[in-house]
Design a protein around this ligand. Structure first.
Ligand SMILES: [Zn+2]
Ligand SMILES: [Zn+2]
Length: 169
């Protein structure tokens, strides 16, 4: 077990939990399956997570697929599934957590996740989603209603006025 990465993920997330272990293990599996090298930079790896739970934090830390660089998106389906794309070599896969037996405690569940082979924890499927382009710089507009500056992809032109998504409701 690569405990350095696990500790890094836990430090970022704030605690150790089964959910974080899922994200840690899916990251290790992605590294193997998508030939992710040590020298990854921002935005080389893109993740579309189908969950917004703890595991997302481990993926952000380990694969450097962060919300701030646009390389981590949440497309919520409520599934423990992660679509991961390696821009360096074009490899991609959807990793879906398999059903697990019930455990008496969170601690037992976490220990099981940490000790199991990544290959037995997840099913690897084809990706059907389109991955986002590299982060774009958007122009901004002042919303005519609230006066706040808003990126162009979140503004609508209504009756010749720029209206932000918050004002549009
Ligand atoms: Zn957690
Ligand atoms: Zn507004």
């Amino acid at each position: 077990m690569n405990s350095i990465l696990w500790e890094k993920a836990a430090e970022f997330h704030g605690h150790k939990c089964p959910g974080l272990a899922i994200g840690y293990k899916v990251s290790l599996l992605a590294i193997k399956h998508l030939d992710i090298k040590d020298n990854i930079e921002d935005e080389d790896i893109v993740c579309i997570a189908e969950t917004d739970a703890c595991g997302v934090d481990a993926v952000q830390v380990i694969l450097k697929a962060t919300v701030g660089t646009g390389a981590m998106r949440i497309l919520y389906t409520g599934k423990q599934a992660f679509n991961i794309f390696n821009r360096k070599n074009g490899k991609k896969a959807r990793f879906v957590l398999n059903d697990m037996k019930n455990f008496d405690s969170k601690e037992e569940r976490m220990q099981y996740l940490l000790s199991a082979d990544e290959e037995t924890l997840f099913t690897i499927k084809d990706v059907t989603l389109d991955f986002p382009e590299r982060a774009k710089i958007y122009n901004s507009y002042i919303c005519d209603k609230c006066g706040e500056k808003t990126a162009e992809n979140a503004v609508s032109l209504i009756n010749d006025k720029y209206i932000c998504n918050s004002c549009k409701g």
